[in-house]
Design a protein around this ligand. Structure first.
Ligand code: ZN
Length: 497
């Protein structure tokens, strides 16, 4: 059994201004061959799940070709898209023939060249390998899945938790289905149901209602032994493309009518819950005032508008400005500001610093926040999180970082790269103890939860502005489907469409 693994993972925010250029991909790392195994084998990410299942087979020639992933940001440039797609196609062609090809994608990529790079790469790999090679596409739960992608894959598996804690398990199952198909034990048949429906980012937590109910409903379909897999796919509302939205995918054992009816049944169930799948966030001022009055600490405030994991720069200052305006101190927050990190490094630990931090990358995430204070730490910004974390990643790199304690009671961790709030080690690494702070501001909606839910006395999701704000009416879409719920409230859906 000759097996290839390849992929590029990007969640593209069409409203974010920093483009996913080739230089950015190269900086993040375009891995080849054994580099891929070295980076992911011990992680809980998709590639680890594939390696683990195939490792139980004898007589497998497993060939990792090329893999890269880049933080969410704006559109992939033409140059980056051409390079990444062509590299996959070239290696698939040169090193074949194959029995199984795994495409470890994300599913919400958008490029200046194609509106559906994930579907494009599946279609072009299919054109090279022909109809008899098994193509498995692994996707993030935020994938905006197109019919083109499904038509050119034999098996599509999608994470079913948000925060994403089941990446390994879903990839393991995808490899299991692929091996059984290769051995002639099953014949996977897929159907994708596509109601014109968006689930708001605030309602995407899979351990909270209503998503938890929807997932339980979907899981019941697995009781039928002819159903091999069902996926509820949340989709990514910040990609301005026709395939944007929730989708529902069923794989059966050689029963196309059953796949269609199962996928549509789950789709209809979600459609009937559409009002509950949308909602509004808490005002920043209200959350700060309430947090300030709590006797227990820490209170965790989620900066929804600057969700680094959704493609924002990680330098939003709206919450800090509001806190100062309201006289609320004791706040801990990370901010991306490479220039001031450099300044702090040149001044040294213990030095006094006066600067304006954050709010610099674009005009969507607030204005610079003036501070006076002391540099308390300088680090390289790397840490390894072995506890469960969003996406199952092990290694984190926020770039060179510096901590500043301001004279008016804010502890600010400055990073050189946009930094997600996936691990408490981010702060502890710089000598900042999250438990000692009254208020912690985290950048994200779901990704910080595995780390922060356990320590938070209370959590608030804020209505902050920014490229990932919860209020989608702030965005001007040019390419999404029309009509679509909740944008056009009276949208109707017939599963037969
Ligand atoms: Zn995701």
């Amino acid at each position: 059994m000759r097996v290839a693994i390849a992929g590029f993972q990007h969640e593209t925010n069409s409203f974010a201004k920093v483009k996913a250029s080739l230089a950015k991909w190269q900086e993040a790392g375009i891995l080849h061959g054994d580099e891929i195994v070295k980076e992911y084998k011990e992680s809980k990410a998709t590639i680890a799940g594939i390696l683990s299942r195939l490792g139980t087979e004898t007589d497998v020639d497993l060939v990792p070709l090329v893999f890269s992933r880049l933080m969410p940001m704006g559109h992939m440039t033409v140059e980056a898209t051409d390079y990444l797609v062509n590299e996959i196609l070239k290696l698939i062609e040169e090193q074949g023939p194959w029995d199984i090809v795994f495409l470890a994608q994300h599913g919400a990529a958008v490029s200046d060249k194609y509106k559906d790079p994930d579907g494009e790469v599946a279609e072009r790999v299919r054109a090279i390998v022909g109809p008899d090679v098994i193509i498995v596409t692994n996707l993030d739960m935020h994938g905006n899945i197109s019919r083109k992608l499904v038509a050119n894959s034999d098996i599509v598996k999608v994470y079913q938790t948000n925060p994403h804690l089941d990446t390994f398990e879903r990839a393991f199952e995808s490899a299991d289905l692929a091996v059984k198909y290769f051995k002639g034990e099953i014949k996977p048949t897929m159907y994708l149901s596509t109601p014109p429906l968006v689930v708001n980012i605030l309602k995407q937590g899979t351990s909270d209602k209503p998503m938890s109910d929807l997932l339980k409903f979907a899981e019941l379909e697995m009781k039928n032994s002819k159903v091999l897999s069902v996926s509820v796919v949340e989709g990514y509302p910040y990609s301005d493309v026709p395939q944007m939205g929730m989708t529902f995918l069923a794989i059966t054992n050689n029963d196309a009518a059953l796949a269609e009816s199962v996928a549509n049944k789950i789709g209809l169930h979600a459609w009937n819950m559409r009002a509950d799948l949308n909602g509004v966030a808490t005002s920043t001022e209200k959350a700060l005032a309430e947090a300030n009055n709590q006797s227990e600490k820490p209170i965790v405030l989620f900066d929804v508008g600057d969700n680094v994991g959704a493609g924002t720069p990680g330098d939003s200052t709206f919450v800090l400005h509001a806190a100062r305006r309201l006289g609320v101190s004791g706040v801990l927050q990370a901010l991306c500001d490479p220039a001031i990190v450099k300044l702090c490094a040149s001044l040294g630990i213990g030095a006094r610093v006066e600067a304006e931090v954050g709010g610099k990358f674009d005009d969507m995430h607030g204005t610079p926040f003036p501070i006076k204070g002391i540099v308390t730490a300088i680090t390289n910004g790397t840490y390894a999180e072995t506890k469960p974390s969003h996406g199952g990643f092990l290694y984190y790199n926020d770039g060179p970082s510096a901590a500043i304690k301001t004279d008016d009671g804010y502890n600010i961790l400055l990073t050189s790269l946009p930094a997600m709030s996936s691990s408490l080690l981010q702060f502890r690494n710089a000598g900042l103890e999250p438990l000692d702070h009254k208020i912690i501001v985290v950048k994200g909606v779901h990704s910080p939860r595995p780390a922060y839910e356990a320590i938070a006395k209370k959590m608030y999701w804020l209505d902050t502005a920014g490229a990932s704000t919860a209020d989608l009416s702030n965005f001007k879409y040019a390419h999404r489907r029309f009509p679509m719920y909740p944008f056009e409230e009276d949208t109707s859906w017939d599963a037969k469409d």
